[in-house]
Design a protein around this ligand. Structure first.
Ligand code: NDP
Ligand code: ZN
Length: 187
């Protein structure tokens, strides 16, 4: 019989923590989906597509937007999940004091410099967002804006290559499909 181990308890704790922190947040799609769906999807993408079995990375995926988008603090994450998970979440957290344009530029610039685990996490995050750009896009975005998002994502991903071929191939295939879809709409 398959047995759960103590890492499962940490994953469940992270899931509850992220769900509580994101509870008043919604995604930007037309249904305003609960935000927590996104970190769950990123964690599952790492597991299913990326073949990731490192519980530190999967836990960090569940927490990856808490520092950037909620009231969660580094101290809380450190206390509840330890330094290693905190460091990983911090690596994928934008500096919210900067302008959006500057944050986007820095994501491209920093991509090659982050750890291999953080690279995989960002790959999974971009896979989920590009997938959303097609299936459940931000409702106010024009086709052009969606196209621009793909262009920017590709620039970030180009700095993350060489750590997880399965995630990279999946991203590349998704990007081809997304561009094909948008091309048809924009004609
Ligand atoms: P973002 O590019 O930051 O929004 C995309 C992010 O929103 C994603 O990375 C994702 O982040 C999150 N998100 C939430 N819901 C969805 C969803 N359904 N589908 C995809 N992503 C989702 O957009 P902002 O509105 O913050 O604007 C950022 C930049 O875009 C600015 O620099 C602005 O100047 C520029 N802009 C461009 C326009 C254009 O036409 N090209 C027009 C207006 C602004 P996460 O992974 O963190 O959840
Ligand atoms: Zn995210």
């Amino acid at each position: 019989m398959w047995q759960l181990n103590e890492n499962t308890g940490i994953l469940l704790k992270a899931l509850r923590f992220a769900a509580e922190k994101h509870c008043h947040q919604r995604r930007k799609d037309v249904h305003a989906s609960p935000y927590i769906n996104h970190p769950i999807q990123v964690a599952e993408t790492l597991w299913v597509i990326g073949g990731v079995r490192d519980y530190i990375l999967i836990t960090a995926a569940l927490l990856h937007d808490t520092l950037e988008d909620t009231e969660a603090t580094s101290e809380e994450i450190n206390q509840l999940f330890g330094q290693e998970i905190l460091a990983l979440v911090q690596e994928v957290t934008d500096d919210r004091t900067l302008t959006k344009l500057e944050r986007k530029r820095l994501q491209i610039q920093h991509a090659p410099l982050i750890s291999n685990s953080a690279k995989q996490l960002k790959l999974a995050d971009k896979i989920c967002n590009v997938s959303d750009i097609i299936d459940s896009p931000p409702q106010t975005w024009s086709w052009q804006r969606r196209w621009d998002y793909l262009t920017w994502s590709e620039q970030v991903i180009d700095g993350l290559r060489g750590v997880n071929p399965s995630l990279e191939i999946h991203f590349d295939q998704l990007l081809v499909q997304a561009r094909h879809f948008l091309n048809l709409q924009m004609q």
